[in-house]
Ligand binder design. Structure first.
Ligand SMILES: [Zn+2]
Length: 505
């Protein structure tokens, strides 16, 4: 057993990531019945314990502000800090996963719905009374069983994180480890909600009325699930064309969609395989799986594009970057590339060239896409504001359910439920990653239009630039650093507001 050093943490840390990622891939792709994570954690206990944390803490605080060493040790310290709580909370996480797999919602009409299928059932139901009945049964179950587990888990995570004494509280610790100001982002979110309020008030009633035949003021989050399960355009996004059309587009912009064999498309039918597409980087950049079961429709195309963005990012990372830049870092960057790809579904030229949408139907489709985009942006802004209050320590946790309902309902118009106040929470401020990814994606898209024209997605010079300037850099940079380097601008909601206004016009 050799003594701990940063070099050992990097070497064994990468082996640990690879084993963990392969286990997830095997389980979610249906190659194994379940993921056995505990043996992997045990095998690598030496690089995940308190000593490893102390070593990275010293390296981080001993490094000079602004140095490459500070940049890389911050990522290692974030990883180590997270390990301290995930190791201790592993039994709680396993209990929660087991609950989610087994729990059932008992609907008064006699149906028994697996908990994990409730969102799908709500989305597919065209009857408002039926949705209300399922939703009520779900809410009662969540409030009684899942919410207390989640609440306890978050409390323990906060206590463990604060006991590391890296900074004075949960939020300052997150900000230190991530190089992002949450208070600045929270203020931007509040401003975005104000800036888009009039636009939202104008379009929301129209879409709710047209799609659900309801008054928007009476709609709940369960109704919203049905509203955004758009079937209206699914015929234009056939399953049989999806992979070949998108591969063709990626080739047309000068990128090999297989990345020389490093991206492996797992498209076969297999029992136990997840129905939603996902990307599993098992060795970075050499072995990246894109797993899918094409069933067609707008959502399926969207998910495939998103996961392809992640897969190409991993597969084109420069192999000489240290493991923390390839496996860790600001996930706003990889989410921005995933969104750069899924936002192609908002580009009229792209839609007409690669999907079944014609000139006549495209404007209606784009208007609906703009409405959906505005809804998700407003929902995520409200979530981020709420989550900063959850972790901020100034609001009593007993007061949070009412606060959650007020804020999410005000932002989206849809009536939210108190039961979800601890359930609808993205761990470790992942909402902040998505929001900054949204902003970064919009700047990158504008840059691509400036450099390679409106149809950059079929310009053979655009792909090589994307690979060299973006994907190759792995996740060495923070989202805001990349925005400055690539677009010469800071991250903001301004380009997103412009694009939503264009789509809704
Ligand atoms: Zn993603």
């Amino acid at each position: 057993m050799s003594t701990l050093s940063l070099e050992r943490l990097r070497r064994e840390g990468e082996a640990f990531m690879e084993e963990l990622s392969r286990e997830y891939y095997d389980a979610h792709a249906g190659l194994k019945p379940s993921a056995e994570l505990q043996p992997i954690y045990e095998k690598y206990a030496a690089i995940l314990g308190r000593d490893a944390f102390e070593l990275t803490r010293e390296a981080f605080f001993g490094s000079a502000e602004g140095s490459e060493e500070r940049r890389s040790t911050r990522l290692l310290l974030d990883w180590q800090a997270e390990s301290q709580s995930s190791r201790e909370l592993a039994p709680m996480d396993e209990r929660e996963i087991a609950w989610e797999a087994d729990a059932v919602v008992r609907v008064p009409d006699g149906r028994v719905i697996p908990y994990q299928r409730t969102a799908i059932e709500l989305g597919n139901s065209t009857d408002r009374a039926e949705r209300a009945m399922i939703e009520k049964a779900r809410r009662v179950l969540v409030e009684k069983e899942l919410a207390p587990m989640k609440r306890e888990r978050f409390q323990r995570e906060r206590d463990i994180t604060e006991s590391l004494e890296l900074a004075s509280g949960y939020i300052p610790t997150w900000e230190l480890l991530n190089g992002v100001s949450l208070s600045a982002l929270r203020d931007e979110c509040a401003q975005f909600l104000r800036d888009t309020q009039a636009m939202w008030d104008e379009v929301c009633p129209e879409f709710v009325k047209r799609t659900l035949g309801m008054n928007a003021r009476e709609a709940t989050r369960a109704d919203a699930l049905a509203l955004f399960r758009a079937r209206e355009f699914d015929q234009f996004f056939p399953a049989s064309e999806m992979e070949s059309a998108i591969r063709r587009q990626v080739r047309e912009m000068g990128i090999d969609p297989d990345a020389g064999g490093r991206v492996r498309f797992d498209t076969g039918e297999r029992e136990g395989k997840r129905s939603r597409a996902f990307c599993a980087p098992v060795r970075v950049p050499d072995e990246v799986y894109l797993v899918l079961r094409p069933h067609g429709g707008q959502t399926d195309w969207n998910t495939f594009l998103h996961e392809l963005g992640h897969a190409l990012h991993f597969a084109y990372m420069r192999p000489d970057h240290p493991m923390e830049y390839r496996w860790m870092g600001d996930n706003s960057v990889t989410e921005a590339y995933a969104m750069l790809f899924d936002h192609l579904m908002q580009d009229a030229g792209w839609l007409q060239r690669y999907t079944g949408l014609d000139r006549k139907t495209t404007p209606t489709f784009l208007r609906s896409a703009g409405f959906e985009e505005l809804h998700f942006l407003r929902r995520y802004c409200a979530k981020l504001i709420y989550e900063t209050q959850l972790w901020g320590g100034e609001v009593s946790w007993d007061a949070l359910p009412d606060l959650y309902v007020d804020q999410l309902t005000a932002a989206t118009t849809f009536q939210y439920a108190r039961a979800d106040a601890f359930v609808d929470v993205d761990p470790r401020f992942y909402a902040a990653r998505y929001l900054r990814a949204w902003q970064l994606q919009a700047l990158i898209a504008e840059t691509l239009v400036e450099r390679y024209d409106a149809d950059w997605w079929r310009n053979p010079r655009a792909g090589p630039w994307i690979v060299a300037a973006l994907f190759g850099e792995a996740q060495r940079e923070l989202g805001q650093e990349q925005a400055e380097r690539v677009a010469g601008k800071g991250l903001s909601f301004a380009p997103l507001i412009r694009s939503v206004e264009r789509m809704l016009a």
